[in-house]
Design a protein around this ligand. Sequence first.
Ligand SMILES: [Zn+2]
Ligand SMILES: [Zn+2]
Length: 373
Amino acid sequence: MATIQAAVMTEPGHIELREFPKPQIGPEEVLIKVERTGICGSDKHMYAGHMALKFPVIPGHELVGTIAEMGSKAAEKLAIVGGPVKEGDRVTTTPSSLACGRCYYCLHMPHRPTLCTNRFVYGFVSSGIAPTPRGGFSEYLHLTANSWLFKIPDDLPSEYAVLTEPAAVATRAVERALGPGIPHIGEGLGMDKSVLVLGAGPIGQLVIATLAHIGVDQIIAADISPKRLELAKAMGAGQTVQVDKRPLAERLEEVKALTSGVGPDIVIETAGVPIVFKESLDFVRRGGIVIEVGHFTDPGGVEIRPNIICFKDLDIRGMWAYPGMQFKTALSFLKNTRAPLDRFITHRLPLARIAEGLDITGGETAMKVVIEP
Ligand SMILES: [Zn+2]
Ligand SMILES: [Zn+2]
């Protein structure tokens, strides 16, 4: 029997290559030959033990590949976007399967499909539950019915299409700030607005590139790493704030001086560090908007003084991933952005070096690390 290789995280801190039988798909399913898979901050959090999952898991949810086999009824059972697809086509899939349409949230809030309680998520399911592999750090991915399938535009190279998932996070984070979108009353996001992006990791960088892409005039990036701030400028930030040993009050003054003396209209927290959420409340101007995107996993808490939320009359908006259709927006963004995506991807490693990839992710030398099975 033909076998394939996949990287299995047996427990936090341990990942190893294992052989699996080559998946046999049913008529409603698709077999994807994985070409590239990006390492996400959440893969790193999984590795660090910040996620309650049923191990073993084959991680990886930022993948591009080609259709190796397509079941005869798959086209009727999948949500296919970007045109009909056939064997050999380049595709990507969202981590989450389709919303169920029947749970409380699907019935009451169908426009917020990320709240559906009955979805499974590729790259986070136990590899002990068939079918397997359902993670991207593998030579093949078994795509089941009720999944999304996006055809990659011909003029978007796969080396950039691998960024679709983090770009979906970043574009939604920016879209969360759009409402109510009436710039002349001083609310929402528009051209003549100031946005402070806290954290210049992979999501922060793509948020900056998205803001630049939609024409926001003043983009300020803050991070502890001068190297990351340098990249942030290339991605579209006009100003940067070095986070160092200085007291917060000094950084607040620095940002106020850049923003009419009041603070930015919008703050987007991408660092995923609890204290940074607290600081986002400090930085934003009165009547402003705070978007919390960094805490997809739970690294702990922080003390805040809720009075600041009242005093500043704030809108604080969270986000739990993104609707599946966000991938269409992300693909469009990747196709059209002028951001230097080649600089953004710092490492390309074979599957056998996945542990090394996880180790360097989040470090000073790495931005986006891509595994090429
Ligand atoms: Zn991701
Ligand atoms: Zn549902």
